[in-house]
Design a protein around this ligand. Structure first.
Ligand code: GLN
Length: 489
């Protein structure tokens, strides 16, 4: 048995039955990281030594029957924009290269309460801006299915590490698709929760009205389990919902009979790769066989979603990133004559080109002359997008689309054309604009063997519905049993 191929629920069973020990599991992952990290480059910081120490301590407690936590002794990887006390949180930026957070994000506190072991911090596009992880200041993460391709982004390190079995599960963040799109490129499961379900406290803000933390896992059951851990009200986040906690594994019924699935035809038209379309068509047929009711409809407003997203996200980013000024916890330019020059040079040297582009765009759309024409208008369109989804969810339980218009693309093929990079988000951004939950699961591969992802969108706080629909398909197609990353060079 290769321990690192197991899902978290399988690891948990084997820990309970004493077939495996905590130290064996942690060691297997540390070995796997040593073996594969050279090729995949998923980590900004590895904590393998630390993790082994922790595992030994926990094993002793476990043997005495004193270890608390349903997932105690299971390892995890964390995207590097989630604050971890005493460990660097860089956001893959030169600006925060040496930043050590003095506190834990709320999700991290919850992970620690469960006695889950942190294996390291995972690479990402700088400040989560991008769709390929190529905008990291430190390294370019590779796609484990083909090392010449990007893993997607911005949570590319998280998705690649899960796909390469270097961590059993990981946390990512999603502002416009950054959990779902890399999950789809790497053939794993990615869940973006409803806005407000998971606390954003301690997540370095990109666009506060869109950001959500969520799970990247090997299968849907693991995603439901990780959501159980991280979801819940947090008074440190004013946008956090106070709905009662629930057990998301209870909804995994393996039954979609009578489920009403809407197919927005705009997501299957121009610009969507033919092989992606064909794979999605097969998936839709599968759902029919399983007893779901499928209907096509038009989500006309979707064509404005990308423009709306990039205006709102950049506006919020330009404001959120104002705090990185060279004075407090950030990079500071070595030579300066006065205060103004500290600001100017530190920010010019500390931020990469994509981050600067967003700050400039965001400042522009918020400037007095253009505020009404761009920012205010985008906010109005945002309301229209929300209304349109509300209307459709009166008819449908879930909406099914591709996660991304293409499979993973070649490294370097889009970095010179930002607009083309932005188009990779066309299927995911409207979900964030409307604050809805969305999940991506693998549904097939293309001719070159690269994974294709399907996205299911649910109504607000209807995670159960999309989790069950995803689970049922997963059971029917058995993607993980049929396809595994090849590390092709
Ligand atoms: N690719 C999108 C962007 O660049 C989404 C990023 C994200 O979800 N963090 O903004």
């Amino acid at each position: 048995m290769d321990i690192t191929e197991l899902t978290v629920h399988e690891l948990q069973e084997k820990l309970e039955s004493k077939e495996l020990t905590i130290t064996e599991i942690t060691k297997a992952y540390c070995d796997r990281i040593n073996e594969k990290e050279g090729d995949v480059q998923a980590f900004v910081t590895t904590l393998t030594e630390n993790a082994m120490e922790q595992a030994k301590g926990m094993q002793e407690q476990f043997d005495k029957g004193e270890l608390k936590g349903e997932f105690a002794g299971i390892p995890i990887g964390i995207k590097d924009n989630i604050c971890t006390k005493g460990i660097k949180t860089t956001c893959s930026s030169k600006m925060l290269e040496n930043f050590v957070s003095p506190y834990d994000a709320t999700v991290m506190e919850k992970i620690k309460e469960e006695n889950i072991i942190n294996l390291g911090k995972l690479n990402m596009d700088e400040f989560a801006m991008g769709g390929s992880t190529e905008y990291s200041y430190f390294k370019k993460t590779k796609n484990p299915w083909n090392l010449n391709k990007v893993p997607g982004g911005s949570s590319g390190g998280s998705a690649a590490a899960v796909a390469a079995n270097m961590v059993p599960w990981a946390l990512g963040s999603d502002t416009g698709g950054s959990i779902r799109q890399p999950a789809s490129f790497c053939g794993v499961v990615g869940l973006k929760p409803t806005y407000g379900l998971v606390s954003r406290y301690g997540l370095v803000a990109f666009a506060s009205s869109l950001d959500q933390i969520g799970p990247i896992t090997k299968d849907v059951r693991d995603a439901a389990m990780l959501l159980n851990i991280i979801a819940g009200h947090d008074e440190k986040d004013t946008t956090s919902s106070d709905r009662p906690k629930m057990d998301y594994t209870k909804c995994l019924k393996n039954d979609v009979k009578g489920l009403k699935i809407g197919i927005p035809k705009e997501f299957f038209g121009e610009g969507i790769n033919e092989e992606v379309k064909a794979s999605l068509q097969k998936t839709i047929e599968k759902y029919k066989e399983l007893g779901a009711e499928i209907e096509e409809f038009s989500l006309d407003i979707a064509k404005y979603a990308l423009a709306t997203y990039y205006i709102i996200a950049c506006a919020e980013a330009s404001s959120n990133l104002g705090r990185f000024d060279g004075i407090r916890y950030t990079y500071r330019t070595p030579e300066f004559k006065n205060l103004k020059e500290i600001y100017k040079k530190s920010r010019s040297e500390g931020f990469g080109p994509e981050v600067k582009r967003r700050i400039i765009l965001g400042t522009y759309v918020l400037s007095s002359g253009y505020y009404d024409a761009y920012y205010k208008k985008a906010q109005k369109v945002r309301t229209l997008v929300m209304n349109e989804f509300n209307k459709e969810f009166e008819k449908y339980d879930v909406i099914l689309t591709p996660t991304s218009p293409t499979v993973a693309f070649d490294i370097g093929s889009k970095t010179n054309n930002p607009l083309e990079m932005y188009l990779a988000d066309i299927c995911t951004v409207s979900v964030n604009i409307a604050g809805l939950p969305g999940i991506s699961i693998p549904c097939g591969v293309d001719k070159e063997g690269m994974p294709i992802g399907m996205q299911l969108i649910g109504n607000k706080f209807c995670e159960e519905t999309i989790l069950n629909a995803a689970y049922t398909l997963e059971q029917a197609i058995n993607f993980r049993q049929n396809y595994q990353p090849q590390f092709r060079k």
